[in-house]
Design a protein around this ligand. Structure first.
Ligand code: ATP
Ligand code: LTN
Length: 332
């Protein structure tokens, strides 16, 4: 395919309300790519059902997430913003790619290992082959870059390996994508277990900050955040709790670690934690308010996601047709 501009693709699951981790590690950075890339952003509802979802909640989360992406600055007229299940080519290409993905490769995926431990009663085949669907998302759009948080690097690398394997047999069908990971805030940790990433599907709601949390809830969660026995505001590998809070404060204020340490020199957590809370309240406020405004007009959101799906389907069909032809499927 001849492209004027490089393509950026990213996806996010409507598996819950989005967290400060999602915002800092991913969403916040996504709008900036719109100036230099043809951007595609996808609400990946098919990925979300690899763990059980309540249907009413899934519907709500998908629509709210769609609104939040716009609230963060994604322009649905300029970029392609759509919902994965509305474009059947994703599931279709995923099947093909499953036949080019090895059991051993999928077994090594950290996210699979973590999620199967967390959902031991439901280790389904979809959870296992999740990366082939993600590879389909990316490869359908001839994607050059994939802006994601650190936890997704492994999946993007596997996507590259799958694409290379396919191209090795059939010629240059797929563009090889590359992960783009932010240098600051690529891994926001849980407020309760700072050795784990902050996750919207975690059980303890004090472990995460939601973009839609009220200011009171945000303040309360930061006050309860786990810190370390030595009460100085200093970043260090043996102080994961306070190091995480410092990183969050840096992300919310744009300050450097040194500046934060200097500001809180000689002060304890009693002063630091509420300061982090207040900074995060102001940091998230515009997104929360804009999301609420957009959610008040569901008709407009529906119009936008239908238009997004149409644009996405047109691009995706070109790649899928080419793949089917290369494989030797009879033309439809
Ligand atoms: P789940 O808990 O359901 O697995 P999640 O919170 O991990 O979901 P995803 O939808 O899988 O979120 O991820 C969306 C984007 O947010 C991805 O680009 C991912 O890398 C990024 N991301 C997720 N959690 C964090 C985090 N704690 N810090 C930084 N980035 C994150
Ligand atoms: N697996 C990702 C979500 C995701 C994605 C994608 C990200 C699905 N398809 C394509 C980038 C590109 C996650 O769990 N965060």
């Amino acid at each position: 395919m001849i492209k004027d501009r490089k393509v950026s693709f990213s996806g996010i699951q409507p598996s819950g309300n989005i967290t400060l981790g999602n915002y800092v590690g991913a969403l916040r950075n996504w709008p900036s790519y719109q100036d230099d890339y043809d951007c595609v952003y996808c609400v990946v509802d098919e990925h979300a059902i690899t763990v059980r979802q309540d249907p009413a909640k899934l519907r709500h989360h998908a629509l709210e997430l769609y609104a939040q992406l716009i609230a963060c600055g994604i322009d649905p007229e300029k970029s392609i913003l759509f919902i994965q299940s509305h474009v059947p080519a994703h599931a279709e290409l995923a099947w093909v790619l499953n036949c080019f993905t090895m059991f051993g490769e999928l077994s090594r995926m950290t996210q699979f290992k973590e999620k199967s431990a967390r959902h031991a009663d439901n280790i389904n085949a979809g959870l296992f082959t999740y990366p082939s669907l993600m590879a389909a998302d990316i490869l359908l759009y001839q994607t050059d870059i994939v802006p994601v948080g650190e936890d997704q690097r492994q999946h993007v690398e596997l996507t590259r390996d799958i694409a290379q394997r396919f191209n090795g047999v059939y010629g240059d069908v797929f563009t090889l994508p590359e992960a783009v990971i932010p240098t600051v805030g690529a891994r926001v940790m849980s407020l309760q277990e700072p050795d784990k990433k902050m996750s919207k599907s975690a059980e303890n709601e004090n472990s995460y900050i939601l973009v839609m949390d009220t200011p009171d809830a945000i303040m309360r969660k930061f006050k309860r955040a786990i810190t370390d026995s030595d009460a100085t505001v200093r970043k260090s590998p043996d102080k994961p709790g306070v190091s995480n809070l410092i990183d969050i404060y840096c992300a919310a204020t744009g300050m450097t670690v040194e500046e934060v340490e200097r500001q809180f020199e000689g002060k304890g957590y009693g002063e630091f934690k509420p300061a982090v809370g207040e900074a995060v309240v102001e940091f998230l406020r515009p997104v929360r308010e804009e999301t609420e405004r957009l959610m008040a007009d569901k008709g407009e959101l529906e119009r936008l996601y239908r238009q997004g799906a149409e644009k996405a389907a047109a691009v995706a069909a070109r790649t899928l047709t080419k793949v089917h032809k290369k494989l030797g499927f009879l033309p439809r």
